[in-house]
Design a protein around this ligand. Structure first.
Ligand SMILES: [Fe+2]
Ligand SMILES: [Fe+2]
Length: 138
């Protein structure tokens, strides 16, 4: 999606909401499977969740850094610090997804995996609020 399309707060926040809701649902499924000790199924859902974070939120983040963020700073240089913070949030989410993948490969589905998926949801929820705050409200 182009920087221009992401600039509209309504459509942009709808993208955030959809991705975050799906991530929350996947977390719910994983915690139920963990509680009923169905680790193989939890592992399958974890792989789906990794793909979800990579193809939705992290790809969205890449697109923002390549387009939207550059445009916003060009138009409003005072947003520079906000954009730096938002980019740092993206980096934290990239780091967590990488850690989850390594953990799944090394240890399979353990409860720390689910903790990291919960952390991702929290960081993303805060990130979205902060990002929507600085988008132009036409
Ligand atoms: Fe966004
Ligand atoms: Fe973002």
């Amino acid at each position: 999606m182009s920087g221009q399309a992401l600039k509209h707060v309504d459509s942009h926040s709808a993208i955030h909401e959809a991705a975050l809701n799906e991530a929350r649902e996947l977390n719910d499924i994983m915690s139920k499977l963990l509680r009923s000790n169905q680790k193989d199924k939890a592992m399958e859902v974890a792989l789906v969740a990794v793909e979800h974070w990579e193809t939705r939120t992290l790809r969205h983040a890449d697109a923002e850094e390549e387009g939207l963020y550059k445009e916003l700073v060009e138009e409003s240089p005072e947003l520079r610090d906000d954009i730096l913070s938002l980019t740092r949030d993206h980096d934290m989410m990239r780091f967590l997804v990488k850690e989850v993948k390594e953990m799944l490969e090394k240890d399979g589905f353990i409860k720390e995996v689910l903790e990291k998926f919960h952390t991702l949801v929290h960081i993303d929820a805060f990130h979205n609020i902060e990002e929507e705050r600085i988008l132009p409200h036409y």
